[in-house]
Design a binder for this molecule. Structure first.
Ligand code: MN
Ligand code: MN
Length: 386
């Protein structure tokens, strides 16, 4: 590299151009980045599943936010477990909408919107919910086994000073004010929680009425539940892609998500998302993701169950299944409108002559570049590289 820069200096001075020291430094830095690309890229992996859980009487949770996972400024996530009857108390998020995917077990949500519409709905594995920013909600475990779900927020900073719990607010409000507000005696508030409850343990709620009594509900025009697990995915020989965005789930105007299932030795092909960051949670199997960050920068990490991955908006990436089992991954985006550009599709739609000039390779190689399978590549066992 020193040789290359000194040669460049010689060439430029021969041409009458004096290269400033700072320019040399800039060249040197670019070159160093190419030599150690991983160090030049922000970390894209966070082992959420290995972090200690915050335990509460009715459940437990841990989180990946911009505080502990600095790349994740646009999206953050929580892994939460609720016991049957465990209640994530009434709360709201001041700076983020909440998009969730139920991995296992069952739960029930309640939600209120600014028009006073309320919805109570039951959820099971494969179901998705979306709560617009600031709308009040609660979640309670139902059935007879623990419920596990992944919450994703469209701000990396949703947690600190932005999640508002109703018990915290009441604990901070003087009893005489509460007395005025609710028209009840001051003594009524003496046994209220003195600090934030977060998750409490209660009885398992009974089944919802199949046919609610007339005049008992004020449902919102758009439901907060989408049954992603019941939707037919896009399937190719290498895997399946099951997407829900605003088109199928109209209330989710700021977020979308997908379940990807990749066959052993298959690959989610080279692509990027022009309009959104991607937050990933690996559910099963193992995969290796490489993210390309321009200027010779890239980072590769291996992911397994419980790991979180992050791809900033516009960054190129691909994901290879490793090991011999299928990989299942949840991908969530901070836009209600899902967009991607596939490199294979781009090349297929670009004139051959342009590609020949771009890559300086023979026409038959260009033909191959323009005819590849899209979305997932076919499973192909790795060959040993000498
Ligand atoms: Mn919430
Ligand atoms: Mn992607």
């Amino acid at each position: 590299m020193v040789f290359r820069i000194s040669r460049l200096k010689t060439a430029l001075s021969a041409a009458g151009i004096i290269l400033a020291t700072t320019t040399v430094a800039a060249f040197a830095q670019t070159d160093d980045k190419a030599a150690t690309p991983d160090a030049a890229m922000p970390e894209i992996k966070y082992e959420l599943g290995k972090q200690p859980l915050k335990e509460h009487p009715g459940g437990a949770s841990n989180e990946a936010t911009a505080k502990n996972f600095p790349i994740s400024k646009g999206l953050a996530g929580v892994s939460m477990f609720l016991k049957p009857g465990g209640l994530r108390e009434l709360h709201w998020h001041a700076n983020a909408a909440e998009w969730a995917y139920v991995v296992a077990g069952h739960c029930r949500i309640t939600v209120i919107d600014p028009e006073g519409h309320s919805e109570i709905k039951d959820f099971g594995p494969g179901d998705v919910w979306y709560f617009p920013r600031g709308h009040g909600h609660s979640i309670q475990g139902t059935g007879n086994e623990e419920c596990h779900f992944i919450l994703v927020f469209d701000s990396g900073y949703f947690s600190e000073f932005a999640t508002f719990s109703v018990s915290d607010w009441l604990a901070q409000t003087p009893p005489d004010v509460l007395s005025k507000n609710f028209g009840m005696p001051v003594s009524a508030f003496s046994n209220m929680p003195k600090k934030e409850v977060y998750i409490s343990q209660g009885p398992v709620p009974g089944p919802l009425p199949l046919d609610p009594a007339a005049g008992t509900e004020n449902p919102p025009p758009l439901t907060h539940r989408f049954r992603l697990g019941s939707k037919i995915p896009k399937v190719t020989s290498g895997g399946s892609f099951n997407l829900v965005d605003q088109k199928q789930f109209p209330i989710s105007t700021t977020m979308s998500g997908a379940i990807l299932k990749m066959k052993p030795y298959a690959m989610r092909q080279l692509h990027w998302h022009p309009n959104a960051d991607e937050w990933q949670y690996y559910i099963a199997g193992k995969a290796r993701m490489t993210v390309f960050g321009s200027q010779g920068r890239k980072i590769t990490r291996d992911f397994g169950p419980g790991d979180v991955g992050y791809v900033p908006m516009g960054y190129g990436h691909y994901i290879e299944t490793i090991g011999d089992s299928e990989c299942e991954m949840l991908a969530v985006f901070n836009s209600g409108h899902y967009e991607e550009i596939s490199l294979t599709e781009w090349l297929a739609k670009t004139p051959k002559a342009v590609l020949e000039t771009n890559f300086s390779v023979s026409p038959n190689i260009i033909d191959g570049l323009r005819s590849g399978e899209q979305l997932f590549s076919k499973p192909k066992a790795p060959v040993a590289i000498p």
